[in-house]
Ligand binder design. Structure first.
Ligand SMILES: Cc1cc2nc3c(=O)[nH]c(=O)nc-3n(C[C@H](O)[C@H](O)[C@H](O)COP(=O)(O)OP(=O)(O)OC[C@H]3O[C@@H](n4cnc5c(N)ncnc54)[C@H](O)[C@@H]3O)c2cc1C
Ligand SMILES: *[C@@H]1O[C@H](CO)[C@@H](O)[C@H](O)[C@H]1NC(C)=O
Ligand SMILES: *[C@@H]1O[C@H](CO)[C@@H](O)[C@H](O)[C@H]1NC(C)=O
Ligand SMILES: *[C@@H]1O[C@H](CO)[C@@H](O)[C@H](O)[C@H]1NC(C)=O
Ligand SMILES: *[C@@H]1O[C@H](CO)[C@@H](O)[C@H](O)[C@H]1NC(C)=O
Ligand SMILES: *[C@@H]1O[C@H](CO)[C@@H](O)[C@H](O)[C@H]1NC(C)=O
Ligand SMILES: *[C@@H]1O[C@H](CO)[C@@H](O)[C@H](O)[C@H]1NC(C)=O
Length: 531
């Protein structure tokens, strides 16, 4: 893992620079290459590109960067730039975007599932990697095999990501050291030291915060290919994909978008390049990388989804794909506030994790803001492979609004059994000597609950680890190459395609997926044009 610590000697170059070329930018002291970025819709309107990437998040940035090595790429992102926003960059401000969220333009957008659980997603270039806890861990090789991916290529794709945005924590924060000891006391063994692999026991993992405590979002990946081949349109929300209808199957032709904030009634169009001669049979593609909420929503707004549901909104049906919006999942979490009351501690991100119960339970801890100046200390456990699934539906036709989503947390007995286990384990760590000594009088007291009480507790207090996924899963909405069934020139590639999370936290695997599939697309097209 290479540290990207080239200190900034160049003065800050404004994003509004008028020349449409990539420029180096100071990410708070670290120099990163960034492509041309603009919020001026007129600069993009009616132009054409080889690839249109909808959503500049974890998967989208890695994919755009990789495709730019050979092709022209447009990234359309509904939010603004993450650069020079302290609540995005500073590890000590972790969690503030969540308490400062608003309906229309904050970098974190709140959504409350129909189950009643409060949740968030990124609305900024870098996507949820700009607001998340930054914990980086690869998927197990078992997961990689199950997905049918090439293990060697997967490893190389992880490494590509890691040289750009992943760091080994130099020192554990005092609280993370306490949690480490608490996990070992609770018997989450062996201790594996530092490792990026998903292995049983307690370990330290990678982080996207560098040794100076500065966050490196997925946006830092954009410069990894040929940034001169990428244009990033910021503050623009895609409202639908449009198609050509001659031939046996519809083919994506471009996308419609609106400004995210001003004059949202007016929409603009941008197109895929047409092949200008017959030497290559393939044309470019629209690729939705808008995350597990927006990708299924955008397919529906484009007429791809369950026909009865689309008809309720007078959306003309292009393809009756019943799986769109199905198999929504969020990993249930139980999180205990281990300090007795809010205090102005410095927020803390997870560096340590406990992986136990046959990989089904993942324990982590954070210090998280609850208001603009107060934090709580939380120890939480996630259930990695729940069986309960839910559903996503449109609420209206506004692409800026959250769709309706229900996850049906713990609706199966199996899931409930595991939740009781997680509750017990989190209690054990919370009551460990190490945690007790550190918090002293300020620690919460917990009563040990019986099994039925614990189930009740799970029902009432289930929360999220923010690893929601599904809605366009592989095998039901997209094929193994992430192409939407029955449609040409359209793929989906992000958390919505996952049938399950990779056990551990998903960001690493979603960035890897963008790189991995991007290389496959480049390889296939270069292969077909030289035939
Ligand atoms: C609070 C929080 C903490 C987390 N902590 C961790 C962690 O520590 N480790 C970890 O591995 N994972 C963590 N995660 C999960 C991880 O960040 C996500 O799983 C991952 O970022 C999802 O990637 P994605 O590519 O599917 O979507 P995203 O990264 O969310 O990207 C989607 C992008 O599409 C844009 N978009 C959406 N709709 C449109 C539209 N219509 N037009 C244009 N643009 C659009 C969005 O603004 C966004 O930039 C956390 C998530 C949250 C919310
Ligand atoms: C983009 O939107 C964000 C959030 O509203 C705003 O802070 C930023 O100024 C906008 N950028 C431009 C160039 O309009
Ligand atoms: C036609 O395609 C070939 C192969 O991709 C390319 O080298 C050539 O420049 C193209 N011609 C035009 C006019 O674009
Ligand atoms: C390209 O190929 C199509 C179908 O194979 C054919 O109809 C068309 O005439 C060709 N165009 C040129 C410019 O060769
Ligand atoms: C759909 O169209 C019908 C008939 O024009 C109209 O009555 C109805 O309100 C429309 N529904 C929506 C959700 O737009
Ligand atoms: C926190 O913020 C509130 C409201 O803004 C203010 O009344 C209070 O004094 C602040 N507390 C601290 C410890 O800064
Ligand atoms: C659990 O849920 C109950 C009932 O809704 C609530 O009173 C309690 O504060 C919750 N406990 C925690 C730790 O969130």
């Amino acid at each position: 893992m290479k540290m990207l610590l080239i200190y900034c000697i160049l003065s800050f170059i404004h994003l509004s620079t008028s020349s449409p070329t990539a420029s180096p930018l100071c990410n708070n002291g670290v120099k990163v290459a960034v492509p041309y970025m603009t919020s001026d819709v007129k600069e993009v309107e009616d132009k054409s590109f080889d690839y249109i990437i909808v959503g500049g998040g974890a998967c989208g940035c890695a994919l755009a960067s990789t495709l730019s090595e050979k092709f022209s790429v447009l990234v359309i992102e509904r939010g603004g730039s993450p650069y020079n926003n302290p609540t995005v960059f500073e590890r000590t401000k972790f969690g503030y975007p969540l308490v400062e969220s608003n309906k229309h333009n904050s970098v974190a957008q709140e959504f409350i599932s129909l189950d009643g659980v409060v949740n968030y997603r990124g609305r900024v270039l870098g996507g949820s990697t700009a607001i998340n806890s930054g914990f980086y861990s690869r998927a197990s090789s078992e997961f990689v095999k199950k997905m049918g991916w090439d293990e060697k290529m997967v490893k190389q794709a992880y490494e590509w990501v890691e040289t750009k945005v992943v760091f080994k924590p130099n020192d554990l924060s005092p609280w993370q050291s306490v949690v480490l000891n608490g996990l070992l006391e609770a018997g989450v063994l062996p201790f594996n030291g530092y490792s990026l692999e998903h292995i049983k026991g307690t370990k330290l993992s990678g982080t996207i915060f560098d040794v100076l405590g500065k966050r490196h979002t997925a946006a830092d990946l954009l410069g990894g290919g040929n940034p001169n081949n990428i244009v990033v349109l910021l503050n623009a929300t895609v409202s639908k994909v449009f198609f050509n209808h001659h031939g046996d199957q519809p083919r994506a032709r471009g996308v419609k978008f609106i400004e995210s904030e001003y004059n949202t009634k007016k929409s603009y169009k941008v197109y895929l390049k047409k092949p200008n001669n017959n030497s290559t049979s393939s044309t470019g593609e629209v690729i939705l990388t808008a995350g597990a909420l927006s990708s299924p929503q955008l397919l529906m707004l484009s007429g791809i989804g369950p026909s009865d549901h689309l008809q309720k909104f007078n959306i003309s049906v292009l393809a009756n794909v019943k799986g769109v919006g199905e198999r929504m999942q969020d990993n249930p979490a139980i999180s205990l506030l281990v300090d007795s009351k809010p205090k102005s501690r410095i927020p803390d991100t997870p560096q340590v994790t406990g992986i136990t119960e046959d990989y089904k339970v993942i324990l982590e801890s954070i210090i998280v803001p609850v208001t603009k100046n107060l934090t709580r200390v939380s120890i939480a456990g996630k259930f990695a492979f729940p069986v309960s699934t839910g559903k996503l539906e449109l609420k209206n036709k506004d692409p800026r609004d959250n769709p309706l989503v229900r996850f049906n947390y713990l609706s199966s007995d199996e899931d409930m059994e595991i939740c009781v286990k997680i509750h017990e384990l989190v209690m054990q760590v919370s009551m460990s000597d190490s945690v007790s000594i550190y918090l002293g009088n300020e620690r919460s007291r917990f009563e040990k609950l019986g099994k039925e009480e614990s189930k009740e507790y799970c029902k009432k207090n289930v929360s999220t680890f923010y690893h929601y996924h599904g809605g366009c899963v592989v095998g039901e909405v997209v094929d193994k190459d992430y192409r939407v069934y029955g449609i040409k020139g359209l793929r989906v590639m992000d958390g919505s395609t996952l049938v399950e999370t990779p056990g551990t936290n998903p960001m690493a695997t979603l960035m890897m997926l963008g790189r991995y599939q991007g290389l496959k697309i480049v390889g296939e097209r270069m292969g077909s044009s030289s035939r």
